[in-house]
Design a protein around this ligand. Structure first.
Ligand code: LLP
Length: 425
């Protein structure tokens, strides 16, 4: 995490900005992203693909971070977007991502969302079932448009990641079975309003177990592409999905070079352009969640550090038993003796726990801490549970920082609510 460093005077810095200054000026909880890290990671990924001799486009999986300023930074690096809803498509366009760089994934796109995608004339729709293909054809015909459609195939490989985020096994809801793919693709070519452009897959997220699952999936895609071509069907590109894992703790994580190599090895002979849909690898390490200690209490069994962030902000630990590094912002605290602590939020659920038995220095009320690697699947997954307003988002760029999304005001919690008249009389 080269954008983070610990200074004797200023404590934990992101680029040239002391995070304690942001905590003080903006308050906590707050999400903070490094523009420098986003740029650097986008460039390294593109460089790895180019170095492997691949013609590739990168479509940032916006589901992991849909902040407008973050998208602006990544758009300026030439990244397109992978969207999964009409809402994400709307934000992507508002961020200036060209429609010609947008791909739409997901098992349940509604007629309304398909109309929106066709009206925008986006680059590609990834269809996940024969039923969806009929819907796309009907909508396209009704609008007098042609949809460029890739078929998402479920390659039935085990990416060896958390069960809640594995997507490429036959029992998962995603894609069509490999054995049905050729028939469905041929049908796609015959339907009005559809131009079949290729095949797609995505086998899971936070993949750290090496490249073997990727290789197996891509090898199956290569075979399918060859069979389709032999049948005289057009295959213009292969969408390789996302899923590249990062090191949250000290687990070894694969490099973009390894992924590029796996793509090259399995799909290279097709000599087609490839697409990638990375989310976490680009944005995860680029962001932190700042929180302040409310109090430290000694329970019967544990020392509890109660902070002002909660599971409604960062849900990953409660939802996936995910591990996020925790660093005090002050360098004095960072070097104090350590003791095992339970780091918890104020929400009324035992699951509102960020860390168990974590070695931390004694923390005093008001001390600020950072949860690391919170730039992906952080702010986007937050809710207002316990009527806790959404935390602000801040972008750091060199010596500058700016609030790029303000803290939700309390009145927003009442916005749109209506008490029917009969209750008030
Ligand atoms: N493409 C498709 C079709 C996807 O479903 C996903 C993620 C991605 C790309 C991006 O995957 P990435 O490169 O970020 O791994 N909330 C979970 C992760 C859910 C991932 C869902 N799909 C978490 O916090 O770990």
């Amino acid at each position: 995490r080269p954008h983070l460093s610990l200074h004797a005077m200023d404590g934990l810095m992101m680029e040239e900005v002391p995070l304690a200054r942001i905590a003080k000026e903006i308050g906590t909880p707050a999400w903070v992203y490094s523009a420098g890290a986003l740029r650097h990671r986008a460039r390294s990924l593109k460089a790895a693909l180019a170095h492997a001799g691949l013609t590739a486009t990168v479509h940032f999986a916006m589901k992991c971070n849909d902040n407008l300023a973050v998208l602006k930074v990544l758009g300026a690096e030439g990244l397109g977007a992978d969207v999964v809803s009409g809402g994400e498509l709307h934000i992507a366009r508002a961020a200036g991502i060209p429609a010609s760089a947008i791909v739409f994934s997901g098992v349940g796109k509604t007629l309304g969302e398909l109309r929106q995608a066709l009206a925008e004339d986006i680059f590609q729709i990834n269809a996940e079932s024969a039923e969806e293909i009929d819907m796309i054809s009907a909508v396209a015909a009704e609008m007098g448009r042609t949809a460029r459609v890739a078929l998402r195939v479920n390659p039935d490989v085990d990416a060896k990641t958390h069960a809640k985020i594995t997507t490429g096994k036959s029992e998962n809801k995603f894609g069509v079975a490999l054995s049905d793919a050729a028939d469905i693709y041929a049908r796609m070519a015959a339907l009005p309003g559809i131009a079949p452009v290729g095949i797609a897959t995505h086998i899971g997220s936070q993949i750290t177990a090496g490249m073997s699952a990727y290789r197996a999936a891509y090898a199956r895609l290569a075979e399918l592409a060859k069979a389709l071509r032999a049948d005289g069907l057009p295959v213009e590109r292969i969408d390789c999905g996302g899923g590249l894992g990062i090191s949250y703790r000290d687990e070894p994580a694969p490099s973009p070079e390894a992924l590029a190599g796996a793509i090259r090895a399995s799909l290279g002979e097709l000599d087609l352009p490839v697409m990638l849909e990375p989310g976490r690898w680009i944005a995860g390490p680029a962001g932190v969640l700042l929180a302040s200690v409310v109090l430290q209490k000694q329970g019967a069994a544990h020392r509890f550090v109660v902070v002002d962030a909660a599971m409604n902000d960062l849900v990953r630990p409660s939802m996936y038993e995910a591990w996020h590094g925790i660093v005090p912002l002050s360098s004095v605290r960072a070097t104090a003796p350590l003791a095992e602590s339970e780091v918890v939020g104020p929400v009324c659920e035992t699951g509102d726990t960020f860390a168990r038995g974590r070695l931390l220095p004694s923390l005093q009320p008001g001390d600020a801490i950072a949860f690391l690697d919170a730039g992906a699947y952080g702010a986007v997954m937050s809710s207002t549970y316990n009527a806790r307003p959404l935390a602000p988002e801040v972008l750091v760029d060199g010596t500058n920082f700016a609030v790029v999304r303000g803290r939700q005001p309390l009145d927003a919690l009442l916005h749109g609510q209506n008490v029917p008249e009969w209750l008030t009389t």
